[in-house]
Design a protein around this ligand. Structure first.
Ligand SMILES: Cc1cc2nc3c(=O)[nH]c(=O)nc-3n(C[C@H](O)[C@H](O)[C@H](O)COP(=O)(O)O)c2cc1C
Length: 142
């Protein structure tokens, strides 16, 4: 099986409540676990970032489905590549909120969130996204 990783960013259609986030995660895990998908979803101030890992065709088909979801928009793939090992092997989909401390760790991220909201912040430098996601590798909220 060839492993593949895809990272995208998006904006939520409205500010998500805790219950709405939990509903997304429950649905995600129900599908992901039996389909060999692992990953991480982060959220803050209407901004989503998600990593999906698994067999390439499964990841792409899932991404196509997620991209149609009206709960978010301006979806942009910022990174996709074959991988040797999973980064989020322990999570069928981990979730966490992005804290102030994490915002400060990525240079320019606070300006992006509070001001520009221009996804080129991530697409021109995908490592900003992977750095952020990987910092949550061992930390999930639910
Ligand atoms: C930000 C976000 C992330 C999502 N992540 C996943 C996911 O990892 N796996 C999944 O199966 N669905 C995920 N979903 C839900 C899908 O977009 C979609 O609602 C679901 O796959 C529909 O399944 P159904 O066609 O069986 O009803 C996510 C939705 C949003 C808004």
């Amino acid at each position: 099986m060839s492993l593949f990783s895809l990272v995208y960013v998006s904006f939520s259609a409205h500010t998500m409540t805790e219950d709405e986030l939990r509903a997304i995660l429950t649905k995600a895990r129900t599908f992901n676990q039996p389909h060999g998908i692992t990953g991480m979803l982060l959220y803050r101030d209407d901004f989503f970032i998600q990593a999906l890992e698994g067999e390439q065709e499964t990841v792409m088909a899932l991404y196509e489905k997620i991209a149609q979801d009206p709960r978010h928009h301006h979806i942009l793939i910022i990174h996709q590549e074959p991988i040797q090992n999973r980064c989020f092997s322990q999570w069928s989909m981990g979730f966490n909120h992005i804290s102030d401390a994490h915002v400060e760790e990525v240079e320019g991220f606070s300006t992006f969130l509070e001001d520009t909201r221009d996804m080129r912040f991530f697409s021109t430098q995908p490592s900003r996204a992977t750095q952020l996601l990987e910092s949550f590798k061992d930390h999930v909220y639910f």
